[in-house]
Design a protein around this ligand. Sequence first.
Ligand SMILES: [Cu+2]
Length: 134
Amino acid sequence: MTRRLLIGLVMVMLIFTIVVPVGCGQAKVSTAVPVGADGVQSLTLAVTRDGYSPSSFSVKQGIPVKIIFREVTALTCGNEIIFPGDLAKPVLVKLTSPDDQQVVIFTPKKSGVYQFYCPCKCLEHVGTFSVTSS
Ligand SMILES: [Cu+2]
């Protein structure tokens, strides 16, 4: 009886050590933006009730990036986004209606991790993207 219980416990622990880290890792995996036929890395960045979608993505250095910013639902502060732009001076982009779309185009020159956020930098409106060389 005790031995069975012990084996059961070990099994449960094994499942947790295997499954839990994988689950956490998947949540943090950022969307790799593919290079389109036009030679541009295009990504639609939407504001949803839960925040930015995707909230994290990665692009390649030296290749133009086109961000199409839109919102899925009418929101409070989520309609404005501050984007690093050309990574030298941040740009503020503002959606005026739920149907509005704004485009930000820049070419990442330096690898690293950058943030984009709403003007009040509230918890759900902070995202990151990484610029990778190669
Ligand atoms: Cu916000």
